[in-house]
Design a protein around this ligand. Structure first.
Ligand code: COA
Length: 407
């Protein structure tokens, strides 16, 4: 029986190109393994009825046909010591060479898979299709059940296909390491994703960094990111995007593996700071850089003493801004500019005692913006103690003023 093959170290799963996020999640779940078993007919009916309340499933007759072809394709997952209603169902279709050919050539119908495409019990499949994962509770439980169910099919790692049923599901799977199947198999259906057997180590994590844009070169990079996002994707006019406020703002530049990937800017008013122009280039989305950019801007404004931050959230991005504590401003209807609707949001920050204030060390106030925690250019040698300059100043300063101005 397949369950007996389940190894405790998930060696097969580890040889697939899942992202480091998945690896971390699996490491956390190492002690919460699932029992996976073939359901009785009654148990299957009962579980399918529960799952049908929240998702579209193939007809029961089709599911039974697949089980007849390979009884290990549909299994119940339960954790020892947990309640009956916490059980889930994991259906993975082990595809033989013919089934794999069908999927990579756009002939695969997930609503009614052909049973001749299913590999025999115990036979090494050439590919796997994730047909159904229903698991109440957290993403972590779902992932663990999926990994445990997958492992026995991966004595030789093979491509694992799945379907993006919505934009959200596509994004979630992409952050897990799935890629558009068409990028590997051009004839594949466009809604399919695939994770490939490609490495023994976790995918190297892209290096994301965010810094205040300090040089003209940094600012050029910020402008190129904004051109590629707001102008190219949201069709902003040049005059709207580069609105005359750029040279009175602070900008942050986000890089992924050294390449200009994202940006954000802030403008400062008496009562509040306004955070705006958040952008991440399409090819670097899902890297979490957007989060780092917002955090850097918020932290910067907080350090400058701002207790109120203000911003315009695109209507569909309110949840994203809420992660940082931004809330829609009550009784203010959405506003629209450049044909896009926005909601006014504010973030109220708690008072803090590490803000830059008049009580701060004057040499700290002198430091570059946002780098208040490390010595600035005036504190470095030879700048701080430059004997040549001392000499020149002494020669050129009028005798009468020397004592007054020279350090
Ligand atoms: C907005 C933007 C910076 C987000 O960057 P990203 O790399 O896609 O962000 P992430 O993948 O880290 O996703 C951040 C969150 O925003 C949500 N999100 C991103 N784009 C979304 C969209 N179009 N619709 C709904 N939610 C979306 C995601 O669901 C995600 O939430 P999660 O962590 O709960 O999954 C990027 O899409 C962008 O540059 N867009 C064009 C410019 C723009 O509209 N800026 C925002 C102005 S308010």
């Amino acid at each position: 029986m397949l369950q007996e093959l389940t190894t405790s170290n998930r060696l097969g799963v580890r040889r697939l190109g899942f992202s480091s996020k998945i690896w971390k999640c699996l490491e956390r779940s190492d002690r919460q393994k699932f029992n996976l078993y073939r359901p009785s007919s009654d148990e299957l009916d009962q579980m399918l009825a529960v799952a049908r309340n929240s998702m579209m499933l193939a007809d029961s007759g089709i599911i039974r046909g697949i089980i007849a072809a390979n009884p290990d394709s549909v299994r119940i997952a339960s954790q020892p010591g947990t309640a009956q209603e916490d059980r889930g169902i994991v259906a993975l279709l082990p595809l033989n060479a013919e089934g794999t050919d069908a999927i990579i050539n756009g002939r695969f119908n997930s609503a009614a898979p052909d049973t001749t495409w299913i590999s025999d019990p115990g036979e090494q499949p050439s590919a796997i299709y994730v047909w159904l994962i229903y698991m109440p509770g957290s993403f972590g439980r779902m992932l663990t059940a999926f990994a445990d169910a997958l492992e026995p099919f991966l004595q030789t790692p093979v491509p694992v296909f799945s379907k993006a049923v919505s934009a959200h599901s596509r994004r979630l799977q992409q952050t897990s390491g799935f890629i558009d199947a068409q990028s590997i198999y051009p004839s594949c259906s466009s809604d399919l994703l695939v994770v490939l057997p490609e490495r023994l180590e976790p995918a190297p994590k892209a290096k994301c960094e965010v810094t205040v844009a300090r040089s003209i070169e940094d600012v050029f990079q910020v402008f190129s990111v904004r051109s590629a996002t707001y102008i190219a994707e949201q069709f902003c006019l040049y005059s709207e995007e580069f609105d005359g406020n750029d040279f009175c703002s602070t900008h942050w530049l986000g890089k992924v593996d050294g390449d200009a990937a994202g940006c954000i800017r802030a403008r400062f008013f008496g009562e509040f700071a306004k955070i705006e122009r958040l952008a991440v280039r399409a090819e670097y989305r899902n890297s979490r850089l957007a989060y780092q950019l917002v955090r850097a801007a918020v932290e910067h404004c907080r350090k400058k003493g701002y207790r109120t931050l203000y911003g315009h959230s695109r209507l569909d991005l309110q949840r994203f801004w809420q992660v940082f504590g931004f809330r829609p401003i009550e009784d203010r209807p959405p506003i629209a500019f450049a044909n896009v609707k926005y909601v006014e949001m504010r973030l109220d920050l708690a008072p803090a005692n590490d803000v830059i204030s008049l009580a701060s060390d004057p040499m700290h106030i002198l430091r570059p913006e946002g780098a208040w925690d490390r010595p600035g250019p005036f504190e470095a040698t030879p700048t701080a103690d430059n004997s040549l300059r001392q000499q020149l100043l002494e020669q050129r300063t009028r005798t009468v003023k020397k004592t007054a101005i020279l350090a």
